[in-house]
Design a protein around this ligand. Structure first.
Ligand code: ZN
Length: 382
């Protein structure tokens, strides 16, 4: 029988999966994401997922004996000079450390991920054909173009592929090649692999093109030089433009069929968890809606993108008086304003499944739970 502790992932293993899903480099510059408390070597048996790292959620995690609390909102966003318990942040950090509970934040990096926070909101509402409301550039790639004698082309291509070139989506060793004639005259002091000093040489060569992540650029060039028969191989490294990818802020999608704004508002109310703040609607309740823009969390800086997307209705949270009023006055879409927490909560179930899948691929598993505590700050309506 194996020791059950041996089959548990370490915190570092869980974070590797989470960083693969929600790369910290995707976070906004003002944001603070990643590990807040925890020891990278500690085993992780139980993971609780929640939107807010507030006292009640930390208490829930401690009661359940969770090892990791994965949250959306940062606990520590601004400078902290004390974690004494007479301050709410200090109280939270102390409780986490005393319980041996790791805290990890995936915030704006989870917002733009694909799938991310707004995908989960859109799917909960039954939308399809999702695209980013405000796309972000995809990952930049370099293109390496190298000229190789025909007989050596496959070897150089393999060496570059082993160093990380030619990886595109779910494909590896992707390359394109065409044949041509290379020419040169070796000068005194050269040690040519082909040809003689002072004589013009012509060689049948292959032009091989492969893309490579800038992070693997140096390794790919070193592999190219090592595998190439020439003393001075000819090659180009070309940075390519980065077209928008599937990641971005907010999402736009389509309802299966048109429905009235009133019916759509009821759909939103049914789909999201109930909060005292409820769902507020602005617009003609009898108007048909089909194209829907959504943004989990506060989204009142995206009105221009919503208009450009041709959305009939915009679902988000924390809409302020003036942006909402001005958008409506300019013929903008109908508005559905929900509790901030409620618009982000659907992401927890998606993150939970992705984490389990990612760990399973590494032969590990954890017990997971999504917190149902309503941590929206509003308690009741009068
Ligand atoms: Zn939020």
């Amino acid at each position: 029988m194996t020791d059950p502790v041996q089959s548990l992932p370490r915190l570092a293993d869980v974070l590797a999966v989470l960083d693969g899903l929600y790369d910290p480099r995707w976070a906004q510059s003002w944001d603070s994401v990643g590990l807040v408390t925890g020891d990278l070597d500690q085993p992780v048996r139980r993971v609780l997922l929640a939107v807010d790292p507030v006292d009640a959620v930390i208490a829930e995690a401690v009661d359940w004996r969770a090892d990791l609390l994965l949250v959306h909102h940062p606990l520590l966003l601004r400078g902290v000079h004390s974690i004494a318990t007479n301050h709410p942040k200090g109280r939270a950090v102390t409780a986490l450390v005393q319980a041996g509970l790791a805290l990890h934040v995936a915030h704006t990096n989870a917002d733009v991920a694909s799938p991310g926070v707004s995908d989960a909101l859109a799917r909960t509402l039954g939308l399809h054909d999702l695209r980013p409301l405000q796309p972000v550039a995809g990952d930049a790639l370099d293109k390496i173009v190298v000229f190789v004698p025909t007989a050596d082309a496959e070897r150089v291509l393999d060496a570059m592929a082993d160093a990380g070139a030619g990886r595109v989506g779910a494909y590896e060793r992707a390359a394109w090649s065409t044949e041509g004639i290379g020419t040169f005259r070796p000068l005194d002091g050269a040690r040519p692999a082909v040809g003689e000093i002072g004589a013009v040489e012509q060689v049948h060569e292959v032009r091989v093109e492969m893309v490579v992540s800038p992070r693997r650029r140096t390794a790919a060039i070193e592999a190219l030089r090592a595998a190439h028969p020439y003393e001075e191989p000819a090659f180009d490294v070309i940075p390519t433009a980065t077209p928008p990818g599937p990641r971005g802020v907010g999402r736009v999608g389509e309802l299966p069929e048109s429905e009235t704004l009133q019916a759509f508002a009821a759909r939103v109310s049914r789909a999201l968890p109930v909060t005292p703040a409820g769902v507020r609607v602005a617009g003609d309740l009898g108007a048909d809606v089909r194209t829907v823009a959504v943004c989990g969390g506060a989204g009142d800086d995206l009105f221009d993108d919503v208009r450009r997307a041709g959305a009939d209705v915009y679902v988000t949270a924390d809409l302020r008086h003036h942006p909402a009023s001005e958008s409506l006055a300019h013929g903008g879409p109908a508005l559905v304003d929900c509790a901030h927490w409620a618009t982000e909560w659907p992401w927890l179930g998606v993150a939970e499944q992705q984490l389990l899948d990612g760990l399973a691929a590494r032969g590990a598993t954890v017990e997971t739970r999504v917190s149902h505590l309503v941590t929206d700050p509003w308690s009741f309506r009068v």
